[in-house]
Design a protein around this ligand. Sequence first.
Ligand SMILES: [Zn+2]
Ligand SMILES: [Zn+2]
Length: 123
Amino acid sequence: MGTCFVHPECQTEKHCPYCSKPYCDGCLLLHGPIDRIVCKSCFDEISRRLRGSIFRRWFYAAGGLSLGPYLFYLGYIHSSDTTMSLVGIGALVAGIVNVIRIKTYRDTLRSRPYANGVFSPNE
Ligand SMILES: [Zn+2]
Ligand SMILES: [Zn+2]
């Protein structure tokens, strides 16, 4: 039993698994596909990091999905160059993997209040 890191007047038994600080229900969020508990400041940090990753991965995805088929065409159909066609397939697969990662990151960025709006620490 401790008191909320933000609200010293709130008793709580819960803590954020990322920063280990104690928080009351009103300070916690559930995020991601499996509803992981997280405090608001850790979630802000996670969101910032993931948005950066999503931004980068869009480039990889777009590059892989456009260059992959093109290299495959050049290698396999145009010049029977096995290496180039394999590189093309690799780039295409990398593009698809990045699209899947972006989807996973976006799922992780979904959040809802832990207390479902029932409890407010200011009441
Ligand atoms: Zn935290
Ligand atoms: Zn609190």
